[in-house]
Design a binder for this molecule. Structure first.
Ligand SMILES: Cc1cc2nc3c(=O)[nH]c(=O)nc-3n(C[C@H](O)[C@H](O)[C@H](O)COP(=O)(O)OP(=O)(O)OC[C@H]3O[C@@H](n4cnc5c(N)ncnc54)[C@H](O)[C@@H]3O)c2cc1C
Length: 265
């Protein structure tokens, strides 16, 4: 729909000339070509943007999608070389956009801003990259890992990525198999730890992996990996509470940190 902020047409006699009409171009759209649901409130979609030019971005950046006039930022799971834009979304039941996104199926369209944004990208000035995330906060790290693999690890020589992801339940990880497989195949470049924060709940009965909140585990793993402040950049993404706590624990020790908060508390 073309929206017009002021009326067009002839000026009635005796009235000041109407300001020129401001005609907003409709936003581009993207079609949902695939959808995978992991839990009742977590799912991924794959978008095919309808743009006159290729959609370019750096691994770790986000795109802006919407339904009607409600728009929100979503970090991109896919790496820049992939033909589709993959997003991993959490339903916020009281939210404005996600309940609408949740209703969409393959073939439906969302609005899609034509430029990617964000500075939460791989920083090659550091050799050690400690990447802490909660649930969907793992998204930028998946994109960075996929990009590194696509480049045959060119540009990543001497770098090591330590990814840690936390969730309440094991079925919220979604990308854990992919990241575990990469860590097994390229142990000199990647490590991956998934941790459930509610290990005693029935749903996590079978869970054999790490237990506890990411913020509590950050110090443990930084120590275990023997990471020093000069060579390490800490990336924290997702839940603002986790980010605040990781900062409170690691900044006084001298670590440098970059963050991407998914919402305000
Ligand atoms: C740079 C950036 C990247 C992002 N990437 C992702 C992503 O990859 N996947 C993703 O699912 N979301 C991502 N988000 C969050 C996303 O932009 C929306 O804020 C989120 O989907 C909720 O939108 P909504 O309109 O449904 O809720 P809103 O109407 O915006 O929010 C309703 C209320 O819920 C709170 N809230 C928002 N999100 C959450 C949440 N996840 N958990 C609990 N409370 C919340 C808000 O603070 C507000 O009080 C990102 C945000 C930013 C800024």
């Amino acid at each position: 729909m073309v929206q017009s902020e002021s009326p067009t047409g002839s000026t009635p006699q005796g009235q000041a000339a109407a300001r020129p009409a401001v005609v907003r171009k409709p936003l581009p759209t993207a079609e949902i070509v695939k959808r995978v649901d992991y839990t009742h409130d977590l799912w991924s979609i794959w978008l095919k943007p309808d743009l006159p030019h290729p959609f370019t971005f750096k691994a770790g950046q986000y795109c802006t999608i919407g339904v009607d006039t409600v728009e929100r930022a979503y970090s991109i799971v896919s790496a820049p070389h992939e033909p589709l834009i993959e997003l991993f979304i959490e339903l916020v039941p009281q939210g404005e956009l996600t309940p609408r996104l949740y209703e969409l199926k393959v073939g439906d369209k969302v609005t899609f801003r034509p430029s990617a944004k964000g500075v939460f990208v791989f920083n090659s000035k550091f050799t050690n990259h400690f990447m802490a995330s909660t649930v969907t906060g793992v998204v930028p790290f998946v994109s960075i890992v996929r990009d590194a693999l696509h480049k045959g690890l060119k540009g990543y020589e001497g770098h090591r990525l330590y990814i840690i992801e936390g969730a309440s339940y094991w079925d919220e990880f979604a990308y854990d198999k992919e990241l575990s497989a990469v860590a097994r195949e390229f142990p000199t470049h990647f490590s991956f730890v998934a941790s459930v924060s509610r290990p005693n709940e029935e749903k996590n009965r079978e869970w054999k992996g790490e237990k506890g909140r990411v913020n509590m585990l950050a110090e443990k793993y930084i120590e275990q990996y023997k990471l020093d402040t000069a060579s390490t950049l800490v990336y924290a993404c997702g839940h603002p509470g986790m980010i605040e706590d990781v900062k409170a624990r690691l900044l006084p020790k001298g670590f440098k940190l970059t963050e991407e908060r998914f919402w305000k508390e």
